[in-house]
Each structure stands twice: as C-alpha cells, then as structure tokens.
Design a protein around this ligand. Structure first.
Ligand code: HEC
Length: 206
C-alpha cells in the first residue's frame, strides 16, 4: 500500500501530504517571523535579549563597589572554610612594632572590662590557652604566636598580623579551624589602646 503511494504522484494521499508539507512550511516561517518580532521587542525594552543579562546586571553594581579591594564575591560567605579578607586601612594595620603594654594586655586577655563585654567582646582566655605546650581550647593555643605571626602574611609584621587577627579574624584562618569561629566583634568592642596592649602581650608569649 505504502509502496503504491510513493510511485503514483497523482495519488490523493500523496498530494495531500505535499499540501500539508507546504502548509507546515509556511507555518514555520510565520512562527519564526513572530518569534523574531518578539525578540526584537524584548530587546527594545531591556536593552538585551540574552536571558542571562538581566540576572547579571544587578550583581554588577555591588561588585563594582568592591572593585578596589578585588575581593572575589565567592569568598564573602560566612562560615566558609576559606579566609574572607576584608579591606584594611593603614590605620588598622598600624605600625610594624607594638607600642602597647604587655602587662595590661595580659590582664585584658584573661578578663575584659564590663563595657567591652556588653559591647559584644568575648574574653580571649575562654577560647585560647597560652601556656607553652598547651593545645586547642576553642581556638588554637597562642603559645609562641609571635614567631608564627611574623610568617603568616609577607606584607605584615608580627604586630600588624596580631592587630588584624583581633579586628579582622577571618582575614587569615589558622589551619584546622573554621572561619567565623573567632568573634568579629572586637574591632567595635575594644579601644585601639586595648587592642595594642593585647598585641604587645601576645608578642611576649613563649
Ligand atoms: C569564641 C572563641 C574565641 C575568642 C573569644 C577569641 N578567639 Fe582568637 N581565635 C579563635 C579561633 C577559633 C581561631 C582560629 C580561627 C581563625 O584563625 O580565625 C582564633 C585565632 C586567633 C589568632 C590567630 C592565631 C594564629 O596562630 O594565627 C589570634 C592572634 C587570636 N585568635 C587572638 C585572640 C584574642 C587577642 C582574643 C581576645 C581579644 C581572642 N582571640 C578571642 C577563637 C576565639
């Protein structure tokens, strides 16, 4: 039956098929033209027809404001295992040496004043051991931290690294620890003088 149809050009069903082929071709052309028209209309409204464009556009603005520090957006997630460097001012980095008082720093380390605690600070010694040979409490032991601090960041002296460790704890994450585990409240809750005393104290830890 099918063979017969193929060999007779004037067969009804063959003609019908050619007609419907012509019709569907015309339909295809018409649909394509409508589609093009719609695309052009969308382009006029949004400035772009690419479906990715509108979602990219809003994120472009925040990235642009962060541009000077070149912080990749993927690093800003809290709780991630990667450091989340925040831009540092020269004031925050401070001088290469510490001008603090190590004795006052030792007192602060063991017990912060009430106003610092109520401003959100948490006592350092509740998370850090300092005795030589001590291990992890919540954070790493700070025994000998002065020597390690000098090697953490090629751009920072030991005192500068320790200052930044207090004010921006997520800029460097000690191996085996989690970003966000050390509170980031000290920058606001402690005075610059208190931070300086803590730095001076930590530099003396054997
Ligand atoms: C709630 C617990 C907690 C408190 C409170 C805390 N820390 Fe930490 N600290 C950590 C953890 C966890 C780390 C390791 C993760 C990291 O590097 O951020 C750390 C890291 C550090 C480091 C980096 C050490 C290194 O080897 O590079 C220093 C310095 C430090 N803390 C000092 C302090 C000082 C000073 C205070 C008080 C003003 C303090 N910490 C309060 C948990 C704490």
């Amino acid at each position: 039956m099918l063979r017969h149809v193929r060999h007779s050009p004037f067969d009804r069903s063959s003609r019908g098929r050619r007609m419907s082929e012509a019709l569907s071709w015309r339909l295809t052309v018409a649909l394509a033209l409508i589609g093009l028209g719609l695309l052009a209309a969308c382009g006029d409204q949004s400035g772009s027809t690419a479906s990715g464009q509108p979602t990219v556009a809003p994120t472009a603005a925040p990235t642009a404001t962060r541009a000077p520090t070149a912080v990749p957006p993927t690093r800003v997630r809290p709780g991630a295992q990667v450091p989340t460097p925040e831009p540092l001012t020269t004031e925050e980095i401070g001088p290469a040496e510490s001008s603090g008082d190590p004795v006052a720093g030792a007192q602060l380390f063991a017990s912060l004043p009430p106003e610092a605690l109520s401003a959100g600070a948490v006592t350092c010694s509740s998370c850090h051991h300092v005795e030589p040979g001590s291990g992890t409490l919540v954070g790493p032991s700070l025994s000998g931290v002065g020597a390690r601090a000098a090697t953490r960041d090629p751009n920072l002296s030991a005192a500068q690294y320790l200052r930044v460790s207090i004010t921006h704890p997520n800029n460097y994450i000690v191996d085996g620890f989690t970003a966000g585990a050390m509170p980031a409240t000290f920058k606001e809750a402690l005075t610059p003088a208190q931070i300086e005393d803590l730095v001076a104290y930590m530099l003396t830890l054997p």
